[in-house]
Every structure is written in structure tokens, then in C-alpha cells.
Write a protein that binds this ligand. Structure first.
Ligand code: KMH
Ligand code: ZN
Length: 276
């Protein structure tokens, strides 16, 4: 079986330290979480930034400082979230790719997102996809519902995405598809045969559905963006514990864990655009 790329998602767009005091929010805390995740087996870190009041931000200074700290501490591949947070305008979110991370998320569609709105207008998405391609920043396509998959395939047909296509099947967001095995197998069947994919299972389904996806041949992601709890009633003491548990699931299923070099190869990442 092929190796599993483990992505750590230490900080999301919504929870704060009031929800879990172990949530990393400053650039220093995010970098420390990324390094610990690398040591536990992660090859990629998916990064959301927060301002001094813990609000999601696309501030380029904060993002640059987190990226510099992460790079100083380990070779983990940096994937910036261009989702950022529901109240941050698309025009600010898209600027993050100018920092030339190795990867960035591309959210193809607008949707209701819990009690908020996640705005990804079609022409803005196209402009961002084109800019990412220009900069050599690999897109991770975040699909929250079945209908988002053909939208991504259209972007590919328009020449706005480079193969291999890399998908995250996001499950359990209120407004997107529910976190069920039926939905996962259905979504996975809709992907092109050579696509690379992982599940992002939000909340209590995190461990179960991620384990199913690993058994199906997918990659894996976890972290406090996806679940604040280790199990029912027990807050995650760190991101590292979530990553270590997932690495153990991979080992138990006899799927080797991908190194950074293997991940670069599998995802077809070109040279680090930040060094160009
Ligand atoms: N927060 C997740 C529901 C992004 O950051 O661009 C999806 C996500 C997307 O990680
Ligand atoms: Zn995210």
C-alpha cells in the first residue's frame, strides 16, 4: 500500500482558547505545534493565523512570522489556509498565496457554514487558482458537498489546476455533507482515478472516518481545527497527541507514513517557490 501523507491542522477558523486552552493561536505556538506534529509523523501543516485577540486573520506580517518560525524548526511542508475565517473578505484571504507557501487551500464554492456564510464567488476562485498556478503553489481542493467536486473538475478542464488533483473531502460542517461512511464512499467514487485525497472529518466523527479513509487508501488529517476532543468529554491536550494517535492508526493498518520528500514527490510539488 502507498504511504499516507499526514497533515496536521493545529488551529482552525472558529475555536478559541476558551474552547480548548491548548489551542495554538500565536505564531510561536503554531510553529511549536507544527514542529511537534512533524516529530509525530506529519509531513504537512495546514496553517490558520490569529491576531492578538485570537480572531482569524490574513495579516501578511503574522503569516510571514509563523512561516519563518515553522521553517526554522523543521522541514514540514507549509499549507496556508485561504479559507482563513468566515468574516475575512476574499480579497484579503487570496493575498496569502503571495507569501509562496508550498501549498494552499482552494475552496471552490460558497456555502452556509454553521451559522455563518463562507463566500467563495466563482470568478474570485478562478482568479486565485490562476495566481496559485503562476506562483507554483499547489492547490488542495476543499469539497464540502458532492456538487463541489464537478466544480473542481471544471476548473481543471479550464486549465486552472495542475495534476495530480488533491482533494480534501470535508465532512460534518453544518451546511455541507454529513460525516457518514456512505457520503465518504460516494464522494471518493466521484474523484478522478488518479486524484490524491484525504478526509477532513469535523467533530466527533474525526477518528472513525479518518481511519476508514486510511483503510480506503486515502491520506489523513487531524488536529484541533477538526476536533477539540480526544474522545467524548476529554479535551485534546495537544495537537501532537491527535497526530500520534493517527500515526498509530496508519501503522496498525500497515500503511507507511510519508516523509516530506515522499510527499513532495506524490503531490508533484515543484521546487520551493519561496526559494525561486
Ligand atoms: N476548516 C475546515 C472545515 C480551509 O482552511 O481553507 C476546512 C478547511 C478549509 O480547512
Ligand atoms: Zn482550515
Amino acid at each position: 500500500m502507498s504511504s499516507v501523507v499526514i497533515t496536521a491542522a493545529p488551529t482552525g477558523p472558529i475555536a478559541t482558547k476558551a474552547d480548548n486552552p491548548n489551542l495554538p493561536t500565536s505564531p510561536e505556538e503554531i510553529a511549536a505545534a507544527a514542529t511537534a506534529a512533524y516529530d509525530a509523523g506529519a509531513a504537512v501543516v495546514h496553517v490558520h493565523l490569529r491576531d492578538a485577540d485570537e480572531r482569524p486573520t490574513a495579516d501578511l506580517g503574522i503569516a510571514r512570522s509563523a512561516m519563518d518560525l515553522i521553517r526554522e524548526q523543521s522541514p514540514i511542508l507549509i499549507q496556508l489556509s485561504t479559507g482563513v475565517g468566515l468574516d475575512v473578505p476574499f480579497a484579503e484571504r487570496e493575498k496569502l498565496v503571495e507569501l509562496r507557501p508550498r501549498m494552499a487551500t482552494l475552496n471552490p464554492c460558497s456555502m452556509s457554514f454553521a451559522n455563518g456564510e463562507f463566500r467563495n464567488p466563482p470568478m474570485d476562485v478562478r482568479r486565485l487558482a490562476a495566481r496559485m498556478q503562476e506562483l507554483g503553489v499547489k492547490a488542495e481542493l476543499e469539497v464540502y458537498d458532492m456538487g463541489h467536486i464537478p466544480v473542481c473538475l471544471s476548473l481543471f478542464e479550464e486549465g486552472l489546476l495542475v495534476e495530480p488533483l488533491q482533494f480534501s473531502i470535508v465532512m460534518g460542517v453544518k451546511g455541507g455533507m454529513a460525516a457518514t461512511i456512505d457520503n465518504l464512499t460516494h464522494a471518493a467514487r466521484m474523484l478522478p482515478p488518479n486524484a490524491i485525497w484525504q478526509v477532513i472529518a469535523i467533530g466527533r466523527a474525526n477518528l472513525d472516518l479518518t481511519a476508514v479513509a486510511i483503510a480506503m487508501g486515502g491520506n489523513a488529517r487531524t488536529g484541533m481545527e477538526d476536533t477539540l476532543y480526544l474522545r467524548k468529554g476529554e479535551l485534546a491536550p495537544s495537537n501532537e497527541v491527535l497526530i500520534s494517535r493517527l500515526a498509530n492508526v496508519c501503522r496498525a493498518l500497515d500503511r507507511p507514513i510519508a516523509s516530506v520528500a515522499e510527499t513532495e514527490q506524490v503531490l508533484g510539488l515543484g521546487p520551493d517557490p519561496a526559494l525561486a
